[in-house]
Design a protein around this ligand. Structure first.
Ligand code: SF4
Ligand code: SF4
Length: 365
């Protein structure tokens, strides 16, 4: 695969803007419509955590500490060429980290309202998305028209559609892809034609595997749904452990998996409102109540025929940690399948202990 860093630098040299993002609530369509590239900034390396802890408290989630450590040590290759960081008020740790980043780079904060069922909450979110449009217009000195937005919506829907098709290959039984292989197709820069080609090839290769009987797991291997905090390349320890224990992660109900791919942006009607609506419906644990998550888990469990659910909670992620009580109850009582919560960090120090726990679950299935 081409190097995304080279691609971003090259785009910048040719006059494109570069906008850093950290969260799936950030509407990538608006950034693309401003002739800029949305880039997921780095935050998946244990080595950037100690430098971050010289500034941040150590009892924060590893994702926040790693992200900030990248910036503090100038290790994020995208960070150098950024015009703007778009941040959002999801969890408290990230929200406050953005204030520290704002000392170094221009930051625009989207205020995410969190009562997902209330019209007033959506109206405020829509106003925030409108403000982001203005900020991007000012930053890049151009007008974002509704036609620009519609074109970006079509592009992102196509990209999401292909990613979704790839993740839905997890429905195959026996599995044609491992959860690790699926995790590794995620990339950092949205709206790039090369990624669409890469995804097409990935899907075709998986279909060839099926036709030629080259499966990624044995027939009858326990089928696991991963839910909870997002993973990234470098932080797939739990997926690796599950698959080393002989199970296969067929469905990922996470922001690094199917969660942001479930809904497309409506291509009819007012484009800004359609964008705001799609993102507002993302069932992240910072929403309250977050019933969309159990609805999605239930649907994925049925469609992917999962035998158990494993919930990944990064240490000190309070929203996912507390919500796990409700998910545990829902999975055991409503879906009638086993559930296991794993609370861990980016280090490898607990890998063997995790293996013992996961192995015990897998042997029961
Ligand atoms: S889990 Fe929530 S806070 Fe984290 S990336 Fe997803 S939407 Fe954003
Ligand atoms: S994993 Fe949890 S605490 Fe960490 S950034 Fe995401 S929502 Fe915030």
């Amino acid at each position: 695969m081409f190097l995304e860093v080279d691609l971003v630098r090259d785009a910048k040299r040719h006059g494109k803007g570069v906008v850093g993002i950290y969260c799936e609530f950030t509407p990538r369509e608006l950034i693309l419509a401003a002739n800029a590239l949305p880039v997921c900034l780095c935050g998946a390396n244990n080595r950037t955590i100690p430098p971050a802890e010289t500034v941040l408290p150590s009892n924060l989630c590893p994702l926040i500490k790693s992200s900030f450590g990248y910036i503090l040590t100038n290790r994020c290759p995208f960070y150098m060429v950024l015009d703007l960081v778009v941040a959002e008020t999801t969890c408290d740790g990230k929200k406050k980290m953005y204030e520290l980043i704002a000392e170094k780079k221009p930051v625009h904060v989207l205020e995410l309202t969190q009562k997902v069922d209330e019209q007033e909450a959506f109206d405020h979110w829509l106003a925030e998305v409108r403000k982001l449009r203005k900020r991007l217009e000012q930053t890049f000195n151009r007008t974002i028209t509704d036609d620009d937005l519609r074109e970006a919506i079509r592009m992102m829907n196509k990209e999401r559609g292909l990613l979704k098709e790839a993740f839905e290959l997890g429905k195959e039984e026996p599995a044609v892809l491992t959860g690790k292989e699926l995790s590794d197709i995620r990339y950092r820069v949205a709206g790039v034609a090369g990624h669409l080609k890469m995804l097409d090839e990935f899907i075709s290769e998986a279909k060839r595997r099926k036709e030629t009987g080259r499966f990624a797991a044995k027939a009858g291997a326990p089928r696991i749904m991963l839910t909870g905090c997002p993973t990234a390349q470098g932080t797939t320890k739990l997926i690796e452990v599950i698959e080393e224990c002989g199970a296969v992660v067929v469905a990922q109900e996470t922001c690094s998996g199917l969660k942001p791919l479930d809904l497309m942006v409506d291509e009819d009607g007012d484009p800004l409102e359609a964008i705001a609506r799609k993102y507002f419906k993302l069932p992240c644990s910072c929403m309250t109540p977050n019933t969309g998550r159990t609805e999605l888990i239930e649907r994925l469990a049925r469609e992917f025929r999962v035998n158990a659910v494993i919930d990944l909670v990064w240490q000190a992620c309070h929203t996912y940690n507390v919500e796990s009580y409700l998910i545990d109850k829902f999975v055991r009582e409503k879906l009638g399948i086993p559930y296991m919560k794993i609370e861990t960090d980016y280090s490898d120090s607990d890998r063997e202990r995790l293996k013992v726990r996961v192995q015990t679950l897998v042997e029961m299935l």
